[in-house]
Design a protein around this ligand. Structure first.
Ligand code: ADP
Length: 491
């Protein structure tokens, strides 16, 4: 025994040591080699909620643990203890009397008897609930940091970290895709060099100044990507402050707004075309009416012109209406059994004087389909007017009606300007017009879009083959009515 510290009687000193053993901040436990409890201090008893009489000689230490703990104790902990003689700080959950677990760390030593045989295990048991709580907290924050990192990695927005002076520190995958610079190339350079507010050399110092004061900023900017590609972005700048309130770094989230810009451009163009399409027939109507008034006489020609221009206005407005119905999935069909040969002939006739150069080939027998007569003839009129519109005056147009591959088909072939290969996949898109023709020929870019949606709604297909300066062939295929067998023709 060590010396009694000055000022204490030996008795007081012993009492103080005993008190430390009994009530100290850790549990002490002595068990037999098979785990049966021999002795436990007060702290451990308090943790378990049991009295020593309930434990000593009656319960084993491993029975005070959760089931996985018990299995671990018997299969890993104890064999290792036998092997090494001691084990430090192994995590277990002690089950309290009420069933509540207490996380603990157990350090154990094997004690040998005089013959050198192991006969007892002495353990110190530490309450690890605080440590477990902050370990879990640490794990949680590591997990959320990992989640954040994977959000940044897989985000479709460019997420860039910059220093308070604008130097790029981090650069995610979307930023590489958007600007065409790899992370290694760009980190360490200045964001100012590839991003210009509003497209002008404006106020970067002002922006950095505001960020330095801790303000967030949202701006539309123009970026300069690799190979000088223009990148339109909406950029959000968020400063991050250190503990002293100084800006430590700034995160910049950029979204590509090229699509929005394109929509704005289409809207502008649409407005311009609509105004033009409305104004020119109105001018015709007004002019012819004024002519009759001035001459104070009725003119068949003027009235015909007024009727024709009114028809054009009507078609235009109907197209707009129909396109908007299609866009909202409200295209209603009134289908009936009808003969495609007769429908195609009717569509040609409806063009009046314009049908002059149209040749017509068809099966001798009817080609029966189940279709909405009004909508189907609208498709054919669209194809025919395009064939005439996009061909030199007097060039031939051929219409064929027949059967192909078990389907009914009607094709419209012209010898007009044709469509460039890169534009072909887009001719059925809404508001799409081929650049080189759109300036010269009036149109909205809705006819083929509407036609395709109508044909789709009938369960059919519309296809196009074309060669610039040679001409185009549009073919509509529709399900053939089963009872309408006949000699196969072709389209
Ligand atoms: P619009 O004729 O009103 O412009 P469409 O949707 O009918 O609209 O056609 C879309 C575009 O496809 C046209 O602007 C034109 O450039 C091209 N196109 C359509 N039909 C033909 C054709 N027969 N020959 C050449 N180009 C065509």
């Amino acid at each position: 025994m060590t010396d009694v510290p000055g000022g204490l009687t030996e008795e007081a000193w012993r009492a103080s040591l005993a008190d430390l053993y009994e009530h100290g901040p850790c549990g002490y436990l002595f068990t037999h080699i098979d785990g049966v409890i021999l002795q436990a201090n007060r702290t451990l008893l308090d943790w378990t909620g049991l009295a020593i009489d309930d434990l000593a000689g009656k319960r084993r230490f491993q029975d005070l643990l959760t089931l996985p703990g018990k299995i671990f104790y018997e299969n890993q902990f104890f064999p290792l203890l036998r092997l090494q003689g001691s084990i430090k700080e192994v995590a277990f959950d002690l089950v309290r009397e009420g069933g509540e677990p207490l996380p603990v760390l157990v350090s154990s030593m094997l004690r040998n008897n005089d013959a050198g045989e192991p006969y007892m295990v002495a353990s110190a048991i530490f309450d690890a609930s605080d440590r477990r709580a902050y370990e879990q907290e640490l794990l949680r924050s590591r997990k959320s940091a990992e989640q954040l990192a994977s959000i940044v990695r897989f985000s479709s927005d460019a997420i860039v970290g910059i220093s308070p002076t604008g130097m790029i520190q981090t650069w995610n995958g979307a930023a590489s895709t958007m600007f065409g610079y790899a992370e290694q190339q760009i980190v360490g350079t200045s964001l100012v060099d590839i991003l210009v507010p509003g497209g002008n050399q404006t106020d970067w110092p002002g922006i950095l100044g505001k960020l330095g004061e801790g303000h967030s900023i949202q701006l539309e900017m123009v970026g300069r990507g690799a190979d000088d590609v223009r990148v339109d972005v909406s950029a959000g700048f968020t400063p991050h402050l250190d503990l002293l309130g100084r800006v430590e770094s700034v995160s910049v989230i950029m979204r590509d707004i090229a699509e929005r810009r394109e929509i704005e451009r289409i809207q502008q163009e649409f407005l311009a075309v609509t105004v033009h399409e409305l104004r020119s027939p109105l001018t015709g109507i007004k002019g012819n009416a004024q002519l009759m008034k001035r001459r104070e006489e009725y003119s068949n020609r003027s009235v015909d012109a007024i009727i024709s221009e009114t028809g054009r206005l009507e078609r235009f407005i109907n197209d707009l209406l129909l396109a908007s119905q299609i866009q909202n999935d409200r295209l209603a069909l009134a289908q009936e059994e009808l003969d495609l040969v007769a429908t195609a002939r009717g569509a040609i006739d409806s063009l009046g004087r314009e049908d002059a150069g149209i040749r017509f080939h068809s099966d001798s027998s009817p080609v029966m389909v189940y279709a909405d007569p009004h909508r189907l003839s609208q498709v054919l009129v669209n194809l025919l007017t395009n064939a005439i519109k996009y061909s030199p005056k007097g060039a031939g147009v051929t219409v064929r009606v027949g059967r192909t591959g078990g389907k009914a088909c009607v094709s419209v072939e012209d010898q007009g300007v044709g469509i460039p290969a890169d534009a072909l996949p887009h001719v059925f898109d809404r508001f799409f017009r081929v650049g080189n023709t759109s300036g010269q020929v009036q149109g909205l870019g809705l006819g083929l879009y509407i036609s395709r949606r109508i044909v789709d709604a009938h369960g059919g297909q519309i296809e196009v083959e074309s060669q610039p300066a040679r001409g185009s062939t549009f073919t509509v295929k529709l399900p053939l009515l089963r009872h309408a067998a006949g000699a196969p023709g072709n389209c």
